[in-house]
Structures are given as structure tokens and as C-alpha cells.
Design a protein around this ligand. Structure first.
Ligand code: HEC
Ligand code: HEC
Length: 293
């Protein structure tokens, strides 16, 4: 039970004892230490100062902006503008110089590479892989096996206008005919050609006679785009067939499918989507990946 006593001082601590006791147990009224009270007061004042100076209190359609007018958004915008200004001299130089001149300037190449890499990650990696190593149907850009060519000018044209892109009149075009589906070749001729194509990259044909017949079919129907003996023909975008690098896999079934009813890969055109400087950085980046010519 609670009982009110007279004001007393605890002889041990010297603190007052709260006048109410409960079941005879008193409670000391030791004041909080001075340092604590001071810290509390300072924090309190600091908070009030903060509310006045900085954005603090939300209200229905906004917030108190504070006397200093500080805004993280404005700060980011400023930082971005500063970064852009810092890059401007490099970008101006990049725009003015030729690829060879950029390559000769280590600082500028590093800058172009970094920009190209970021752009590649944003725009190209979903098809060509984040390391540009390609996928089935999407060429590897690290090697020197090019469909269209790996020098600066050729790369620039490919990237600007794409391949078989439907919304660019200057896009690269080459349509491998559907030899089987459209009845240009018989099933036997297609099978013979598959045997021949396999032999080009070193597979010993199970049926040498078939491969030999296929060689003639190839010379008549395929060499115009794939070159003699499948060495590839860049003017036509016809891939090399005499190496171990395949756009669509190099097994008999895949090759047969491609001859019967070919796929026609589409590479988007980028001239309308990226500015010339961005394309320049991309060309420089892709060229320097290892296959540049
Ligand atoms: C939607 C998928 C896709 C995207 C995105 C894409 N590409 Fe391609 N790219 C392709 C395909 C498919 C080909 C092969 C075209 C062909 O069959 O000739 C190709 C071909 C290329 C080639 C020619 C390779 C050669 O061997 O000649 C280059 C260079 C290239 N791409 C660069 C880029 C760059 C740089 C970007 C980003 C700006 C990009 N690509 C974005 C699909 C894509
Ligand atoms: C009009 C040109 C043209 C003709 C003719 C042509 N091709 Fe092609 N061929 C291409 C192109 C272009 C590609 C690449 C397709 C793509 O980029 O999607 C290709 C791709 C291929 C591939 C896949 C290569 C790979 O790396 O995966 C094979 C195999 C092939 N052709 C075999 C043949 C054979 C065999 C013939 C003849 C019966 C033939 N082609 C005739 C243009 C042609």
C-alpha cells in the first residue's frame, strides 16, 4: 500500500526520498547527473536549430524547406553538372580526333574505353553478353572472327545502321535463302552440303562421297556468300564456315536447320538512339576488345 511520509533525506546517498512509499519501500529522488542534463539540452537545441535550418517537417503537400534552402536533389544535379564539365574537354577532344589519334593518346583512350564499356553494358550486353563474348545467334566481339569486319570504319557502320534492321534504310542486308523450305535444294542435297560444311572445319565425314557431292552444291549455291571453301565473305556478311567459331552452333543438326530454313539475325541500328560521340566510344571499345583490325 502507498503511504505519504514526511520529506526525508537518505543518510547513505544524501538524496531526497520520494514522499510516497509503497509497501514501505522508498524511492530516492537522485537528480540526473549534470553532464547528462546538459547533453540533453544541447541535443534539444540542436534539433530545434536543425528544424529551422534544414528541410524537416512534412505537411500534406510538401515539407518545411528550412532557411538554408538545402536539397539533396539540387546537390546531385550540381555534382552531375560538375562531372559533365570535367569531362567536357575529353569529350570535345574525342569528337575532334580520329580513331587512330585517340588510340595514340593513352589518357584519351582510357577515357573512351571507360565510356564505351559503360555504354556497352547499358545497350549491348543483353545480346552480346556483358563481356562481349556473345551467345548463340549473337556474335562474340572479342575474337577476330568478323561477320562484317573489325576495322574502325566497318564497326562504326555496323553499329550505326545495324544488320537487317527494319527501321534503317542503310542497314546491312544479306538474306540466306531457305534452301530446303523453298525447294531450292532437295533433302539429299542439303544433307550432302551438311557433310561438306562439317568437313570444312575438320570433321571427317562419315560418308566421304556425300561430302564430295556437297562440295559441288556448295560451290553452286553457297560460295557467293560464304566464299570459296567457306572462307567467309564479309561483303555479304557470310560467316566463315571453315573454323570452330559458330554463330548458331556447329553440329550437323544446327547446320542442317540453317540451310533448310535459315535464321536471319537482327542487330539494331543505333544512329537514331545514341549520339555520334557515344557511338564513337562504342566503336573504340569494341575495337580494343581484342579483334580490332
Ligand atoms: C537485340 C540484340 C542486339 C543488341 C542489343 C546489339 N546487338 Fe550487335 N549484333 C546482334 C546480332 C544478331 C548481330 C549479328 C548480325 C548478323 O547476323 O550479321 C550483331 C552484330 C554486331 C556486330 C558485327 C559483328 C561482326 O562480326 O561483324 C557488332 C560490331 C555489334 N553487333 C556491336 C553491337 C554494339 C556496340 C551494340 C550496342 C550498342 C550492339 N551490338 C547491340 C544483336 C544485337
Ligand atoms: C545470300 C547469301 C547467302 C547464301 C547464298 C548462303 N548463305 Fe549461309 N549465311 C548467310 C548469312 C548472312 C549468314 C548469317 C546469318 C545470320 O547472321 O543470322 C549465314 C549463315 C550460315 C550458316 C551458319 C553459320 C554459323 O556460324 O552458325 C551456315 C552453316 C550456312 N550459312 C550455310 C550455308 C550453305 C550451306 C549455303 C548454301 C547451300 C548457304 N549458307 C548459302 C548468307 C548466305
Amino acid at each position: 500500500m502507498s503511504e505519504k511520509r514526511k520529506y526525508e533525506v537518505d543518510p547513505v546517498t544524501g538524496s531526497a526520498i520520494h514522499p510516497y512509499t509503497w509497501d514501505g519501500i522508498g524511492e530516492l529522488e537522485t537528480p540526473p547527473p549534470r553532464w547528462w542534463v546538459l547533453t540533453y539540452a544541447v541535443c534539444f537545441l540542436f534539433a530545434v536549430g536543425w528544424w529551422i535550418a534544414f528541410p524537416a517537417w512534412p505537411y500534406i503537400s510538401g515539407y518545411t524547406t528550412g532557411l538554408l534552402g538545402y536539397s539533396t536533389r539540387a546537390e546531385v544535379a550540381e555534382e552531375l553538372a560538375a562531372a559533365k564539365a570535367a569531362q567536357a574537354p575529353y569529350n570535345n577532344k574525342l569528337a575532334a580526333l580520329s580513331y587512330a589519334e585517340i588510340a595514340a593518346d593513352p589518357e584519351l583512350s582510357t577515357f573512351a574505353m571507360a565510356g564505351g564499356k559503360a555504354l556497352f553494358g547499358e545497350n549491348c550486353a543483353q545480346c552480346h553478353g556483358s563481356g562481349a563474348n556473345g551467345n548463340v545467334g549473337y556474335p562474340n566481339l572479342l575474337d577476330d572472327d568478323w561477320l562484317w569486319g573489325g576495322d574502325y570504319e566497318t564497326l562504326q557502320t555496323t553499329i550505326e545502321h545495324g544488320v537487317r534492321s527494319t527501321n534503317d534504310e542503310e542497314t546491312r542486308q544479306a538474306m540466306m535463302p531457305a534452301f530446303g523450305k523453298d525447294g531450292i535444294l532437295t533433302r539429299e542435297q542439303v544433307d550432302d552440303t551438311v557433310a561438306y560444311v562439317l568437313s570444312l572445319s575438320g570433321t571427317v565425314p562419315a560418308d566421304p562421297a556425300a561430302a564430295e557431292r556437297g562440295a559441288q552444291v556448295f560451290a553452286d549455291n553457297c560460295a557467293a556468300c560464304h566464299g570459296d571453301a567457306g572462307a567467309g565473305l564479309r561483303e555479304m556478311g557470310g560467316p566463315r564456315l571453315d573454323d570452330a567459331i559458330w554463330l548458331y552452333n556447329g553440329d550437323a543438326k544446327s547446320i542442317s536447320n540453317q540451310i533448310w530454313n535459315p535464321r536471319h539475325g537482327v542487330m539494331p541500328d543505333w544512329a537514331g538512339r545514341l549520339d555520334p560521340l557515344a557511338i564513337k566510344k562504342l566503336v573504340f571499345y569494341v575495337h580494343s576488345l581484342g579483334g580490332g583490325e
